[in-house]
Design a protein around this ligand. Structure first.
Ligand code: COA
Length: 155
């Protein structure tokens, strides 16, 4: 990742730019209001990628007891293929391991090759499908999950 990119915990001042990136990337974007409520949740773990104070990417995760769900991850078009999503994913996976999370899961459009490739690179497996989960256009979601060895003994 270029060394002018900084990864920081998401602050409320980042949210208007994150909402704009949502609009650019998704047919059902998360609104500023939704994001504002979401980051205040105790279970929320959001990271922002900054380039000279401009928001260029983010990841949003919810960690509930030992289960983690990726709400979203996106990087501005001009900043893609530079390792920003990979860095966001690395930090998130480490956070899950540090918190003894059992699995990290997400839904992705089945045609979203860049995102699926990213998840596969990090060891996510396709564990299921939600039929017609997305609209505009209607499309199935793949459920992709990475399971962590929490080191628990069941003896
Ligand atoms: N084609 C194939 N593989 C891709 C890819 C592409 N266009 N973009 C990313 N990848 C995979 C590769 O395995 C890559 O590793 P490599 O560079 O060693 O080949 C790995 O992801 C990491 O790439 P990185 O540069 O960190 O990703 P990125 O910063 O460009 O962000 C997305 C990837 C998916 C977040 C970005 O394309 C995006 O914002 N897409 C729109 C939003 C979106 O669809 N989010 C997912 C919602 S479920």
């Amino acid at each position: 990742m270029p060394n002018n990119i900084l990864i920081v915990p998401t602050l409320s001042e980042h949210l208007p730019e994150i909402a704009e990136i949502e609009k650019m990337c998704f047919s059902s974007p998360a609104s500023l209001e939704f994001l504002t409520n979401e980051v205040q949740n105790d279970s929320a773990y959001y990271l922002t990628a900054l380039c000279e104070n401009k928001v260029v990417g983010y990841i949003g995760v919810n960690i509930i007891v030992d289960e983690a769900y990726i709400d979203n991850i996106a990087v501005l078009t001009n900043y893609r293929r530079k390792g920003i999503a990979a860095t966001l994913m690395n930090i998130t996976i480490q956070k899950c391991r540090d918190n003894d999370v059992s699995f990290l899961t997400l839904e992705v459009r089945k045609s979203n090759f860049p995102a699926i490739s990213l998840y596969q690179k990090y060891g996510f497996q396709t564990v299921g499908k939600r039929r017609n989960y997305y609209s505009s256009p209607t499309e199935d979601a793949l459920i992709m999950t990475i399971f962590f060895n929490t080191g628990e003994s069941h003896e």
